[in-house]
Design a protein around this ligand. Structure first.
Ligand SMILES: Cc1cc2nc3c(=O)[nH]c(=O)nc-3n(C[C@H](O)[C@H](O)[C@H](O)COP(=O)(O)OP(=O)(O)OC[C@H]3O[C@@H](n4cnc5c(N)ncnc54)[C@H](O)[C@@H]3O)c2cc1C
Ligand SMILES: *[C@@H]1O[C@H](CO)[C@@H](O)[C@H](O)[C@H]1NC(C)=O
Ligand SMILES: *[C@@H]1O[C@H](CO)[C@@H](O)[C@H](O)[C@H]1NC(C)=O
Ligand SMILES: *[C@@H]1O[C@H](CO)[C@@H](O)[C@H](O)[C@H]1NC(C)=O
Ligand SMILES: CC(=O)N[C@H]1CO[C@H](CO)[C@@H](O)[C@@H]1O
Length: 611
C-alpha cells in the first residue's frame, strides 16, 4: 500500500469524489480519497428513490444531534449526515436545486473574486445532464437529473394557484433568477430511475485510472503538519481496522468532509480558536476563532392538509403507500420494476416556488417591512465575539436587499402529494394509523436566515467525536418575523386559493401542531410564531463553518480555498465554504463548488514552482 500520494482528499462525498475525478484527469497526479464510511453503491437503500430515508440512523449515518435550541422550546433536533461513499449525496432527498445569481454575486462581493454567478455557472454547468418529459438529457455533465412525467393533477393545481396569486409559473429551473412556481428535477437517472450521485456518476471515471486510490471504512483523525519553515500540511493521520497510521501528501490535503466534519478535523489538527484548543489539550497550529462558526441552515415549517374526499381522478397521493397498504405497494413496485414509472421512481417532491415577502408590493407591507428592518437592525443577538463586525454588516445588508426586493425570494415553498409530518425532534413522524384520509403537504423554508450558529469539538479524541452543534435557529429576531409571514401566507392564502383551495379540505385534519383551519393564521402573527417555536425544524442544508471570505471578515479559506495562515498544502472544498447559505437545497451548489474548486486547483498547479 503506497504511503505517499500527490493529493489526499478527506471525505468521499458530494464534493470529494468530484474533485478526485477532475484531478485524476491529469495522469501525472496520484490521488487518494479517504472515506470513513462503506461503499454501499449497490445497496437498494441508496439507489431506489423511494427508499431514501432508510439509511438514516444506521451505521451509514453520522447520526448527530443539535444542542437544545433556545428559540424552539429547548428542542434537540436530529441531524443525519451521510457516512458512506457519496456522503450525504448517497442518502439525501435528491432535490436538485441551484442557488440564485444574487446569492453567488454576494459571495463574490464579500471579497471572493472568481466566485460570481458567471464563473460559478460555467463550472456548475459541467456537473449535470437534465432530462425533462420533452427532452432527453444531452451531453452535459455526469450527474443525471430528471424532471418526471406528470402523472397526477397536483402539479397543475400548484401552478394554477400560484398563477392566480399573480406569480410567474413557467420558470427555467436552472436559471439563477426565479420568482414564482418552478418544477425542479430529481438527481435520478432517467433510464434506470435510480439515484444519480457522485458515487456512481463521477467515481467510475476516477476508478478507471491507475493513479486513483480509494480507502473506505477509514477514519481521518487529523492533518499532519511540518512547521519547520512556515506551516505546511504534509499528510493525514488515519485509523483503519484499529490501527493508526500516517499517509503523506506530496502536494496537498483537501478537506471535503462536509459542514459538520471539516471544522471538526481542523480543530483536532490544531486549527481553530486557540483558547478552545488549549482547553482540550490540543497544540495550536493556527489560531483562527472563526473555524466552526457561521453555521447557517434553513429553518422551516410544514403543514399536511387533508384533501377533499371525493376520489376525483388524478388527485391521488402517496398516503396508501405510507400506510403500508399491500395492494398499493404491489402496484407501485410493479410499475417501478416493469416500467420504471410510478411513485417509487421519483421523489414526488418537484413542485416548488420562490416567493418574496408576501404582500411586498402593497404600501402597507412595505411600511411594516421598513419598520421591521429598522427595529432589528444591527441586532447583536448572536453576533457575540466570533462574528467579525464587517461580516455581520455584509450579511445583514445582503438579506435586507433581498427582503426589499419584489423579485428575490425570502420563502422557498415545497409541496408533496402526501403526509409529511416533522416531529418535535426533527424526524419524520408516521402517518396516523387507521384512517384512509389523503393529505397534501406544503412546507416553507426561510431562504436567507440571519441567525448563525456553530460546530465545535468538545473532546480531543477523534474516535469519540463529541460535537457541540448549535444551528442557533431563529436567534435573530428578523428570522421568525419573516418565516411567520410566509407560514401565514401558506396557511391562509396559498392553501385556500385556486385549484389547491378546491382540493384541500378547509376544515379537514392537519398534521399535529397545526391549528385547525381554515384561515387559522389570518391576521395573527403571534399564533404563527408560537406554531413555529413548537413545530419548526431545520432543513438538512448546513453550510458555512469554514467560510470563504477575507480573514478579517471571519474567513477560514481564501478564494482559492486555501486555509488561512497555512503556507502550503491545505484546502477545504465542500458545503462548509459557503459564506452565505444557498437560496434552497444545497447539493447542486456543492457539486458546482467542487467543479469550480477543481478548476482553481488545476490552474494553481500550472503556476506552482516545483519543490
Ligand atoms: C437526510 C438529508 C437529506 C438531504 N436532502 C437534500 C436534497 O434533497 N437536496 C439537496 O440539495 N441537498 C440535500 N441534502 C444536503 C446535501 O446532501 C449536502 O449539502 C451535501 O451532501 C454536502 O456535500 P459535502 O461534499 O459538503 O458533504 P458530504 O456529501 O456529506 O460528504 C462528506 C463525506 O466526508 C466523510 N467524512 C467525514 N469525516 C470524515 C473523516 N474524519 N474521515 C474520513 N471521511 C470523513 C463523510 O463520511 C462523507 O462521506 C440533504 C442532506 C441530508 C443529510
Ligand atoms: C449554464 O447553463 C444554463 C442553462 O442551460 C444557461 O442558461 C447558462 O447560460 C449557462 N452558463 C454559462 C456560463 O454558460
Ligand atoms: C431578475 O429578473 C427580474 C425580472 O423578472 C429583474 O428585474 C431582476 O433585475 C433580475 N435579477 C437579477 C439579479 O438579474
Ligand atoms: C468577548 O470579548 C471580551 C473582551 O475581549 C471578553 O471579556 C468576553 O468574555 C468575550 N465574550 C465571549 C462570549 O466570549
Ligand atoms: C504520479 C503517479 O503515481 N504516476 C503514475 C500513474 O500511473 C502510471 C501508470 O500506472 C505510472 O506509470 C505513474 O508513475
Amino acid at each position: 500500500m503506497a504511503s505517499e500520494f500527490d493529493f489526499i482528499i478527506v471525505g468521499g462525498g458530494c464534493a470529494g469524489l468530484v474533485l478526485a475525478t477532475r484531478l485524476t484527469e491529469d495522469p501525472s497526479l496520484s490521488v487518494l480519497v479517504i472515506e470513513a464510511g462503506e461503499d454501499l453503491t449497490a445497496d437498494p437503500r441508496v439507489n431506489v428513490p423511494a427508499m431514501w430515508t432508510q439509511l438514516q440512523g444506521t451505521s451509514a449515518d453520522w447520526s448527530f444531534k443539535t444542542v437544545p435550541q433556545k428559540e424552539l422550546g429547548g428542542r434537540e433536533l436530529s441531524l443525519p449526515q451521510g457516512r458512506l461513499l457519496g456522503g450525504s449525496g448517497a442518502l439525501n432527498g435528491m432535490n436538485f436545486v441551484v442557488t440564485s445569481k444574487a446569492n453567488l454575486d454576494a459571495w463574490s462581493e464579500l471579497g471572493n473574486p472568481g466566485w460570481d454567478w458567471e464563473s460559478f455557472s460555467k463550472a456548475f454547468n459541467k456537473t449535470y445532464s437534465l432530462t425533462t418529459p420533452s427532452k432527453h438529457g444531452e451531453k452535459g455533465g455526469p450527474i443525471q437529473v430528471t424532471i418526471p412525467d406528470e402523472d397526477s393533477k397536483w402539479p397543475e393545481a400548484w401552478r394554477d394557484t400560484w398563477a392566480g396569486l399573480g406569480f410567474p409559473v413557467d420558470n427555467n429551473p436552472m436559471s439563477g433568477n426565479i420568482t414564482g412556481a418552478v418544477t425542479y428535477p430529481d438527481s435520478i437517472d432517467p433510464t434506470t430511475k435510480t439515484r444519480s450521485f457522485s458515487g456512481n456518476a463521477y467515481l467510475p471515471s476516477a476508478s478507471s485510472r491507475p493513479n486513483f486510490t480509494l480507502w473506505t471504512a477509514t477514519l481521518v483523525n487529523k492533518i499532519v503538519f511540518d512547521t519547520s519553515d512556515g506551516i505546511v500540511a504534509t499528510g493525514v493521520q488515519y485509523t483503519k481496522d484499529g490501527a493508526t497510521k500516517t499517509v503523506s501528501a506530496r502536494k496537498e490535503v483537501i478537506l471535503s468532509a462536509g459542514t459538520i466534519n471539516s471544522p471538526k478535523i481542523l480543530e483536532l489538527s490544531g486549527i481553530g480558536d486557540a483558547a478552545l484548543l488549549r482547553s482540550l489539550g490540543i497544540d495550536v497550529v493556527v489560531d483562527n476563532p472563526h473555524v466552526g462558526e457561521n453555521l447557517q441552515n434553513h429553518p422551516f415549517c410544514a403543514i399536511s392538509f387533508e384533501t377533499v374526499d371525493d376520489s376525483e381522478e388524478g388527485y391521488d397521493t402517496i398516503d396508501s403507500l405510507s400506510r403500508g397498504d399491500t395492494a398499493a405497494l404491489g402496484a407501485a413496485m410493479e410499475a417501478y420494476t416493469t416500467k420504471k414509472t410510478g411513485p417509487f421512481s421519483k421523489t414526488n417532491c418537484n413542485q416548488m416556488a420562490h416567493i418574496p415577502v408576501p404582500g411586498i408590493t402593497t404600501p402597507q407591507v412595505r411600511h411594516e417591512l421598513t419598520q421591521l428592518l429598522e427595529s432589528t437592525k444591527h441586532s447583536q443577538v448572536n453576533i457575540g465575539n466570533k462574528t467579525a463586525p464587517a461580516f455581520a454588516k455584509a450579511h445583514e445588508s445582503f438579506v435586507h436587499s433581498l427582503l426589499n426586493s419584489a423579485t428575490e425570494a425570502s420563502g422557498y415553498y415545497l409541496s408533496l402529494p402526501g403526509w409529511a409530518y416533522y416531529a418535535p425532534d426533527g424526524n419524520l413522524g408516521p402517518i396516523p394509523a387507521g384512517g384512509s384520509e389523503r393529505y397534501f403537504t406544503i412546507a416553507v423554508i426561510l431562504s436567507h436566515p440571519l441567525s448563525r450558529g456553530s460546530v465545535h469539538i468538545t473532546t480531543s479524541s477523534p474516535s469519540d467525536p463529541h460535537l457541540a452543534i448549535d444551528p442557533n435557529y431563529l436567534s435573530h429576531p428578523l428570522d421568525i418575523e419573516i418565516l411567520a409571514r410566509h407560514a401565514q401566507f401558506l396557511e391562509s392564502t396559498l392553501a385556500t386559493s385556486g385549484l389547491l383551495g378546491e382540493r384541500l379540505k378547509l376544515d379537514g385534519k392537519r398534521s399535529p401542531g397545526a391549528p385547525p383551519g381554515p384561515w387559522a393564521f389570518e391576521g395573527d402573527l403571534d399564533t404563527v410564531q408560537k406554531f413555529l417555536r413548537e413545530t419548526a425544524t431545520g432543513a438538512m442544508h448546513y453550510t458555512g463553518t469554514c467560510s470563504m471570505m477575507p480573514r478579517g471578515m471571519g474567513g477560514v479559506v481564501d478564494p482559492e480555498l486555501k486555509v488561512y495562515s497555512v503556507k502550503r498544502g491545505l484546502r477545504v472544498c465542500d458545503a462548509s465554504i459557503m459564506p452565505l447559505t444557498t437560496r434552497g437545497n444545497p447539493m447542486a451548489t456543492v457539486y458546482g463548488i467542487a467543479e469550480r474548486g477543481a478548476e482553481i486547483i488545476k490552474a494553481s498547479l500550472q503556476t506552482q514552482v516545483p519543490g
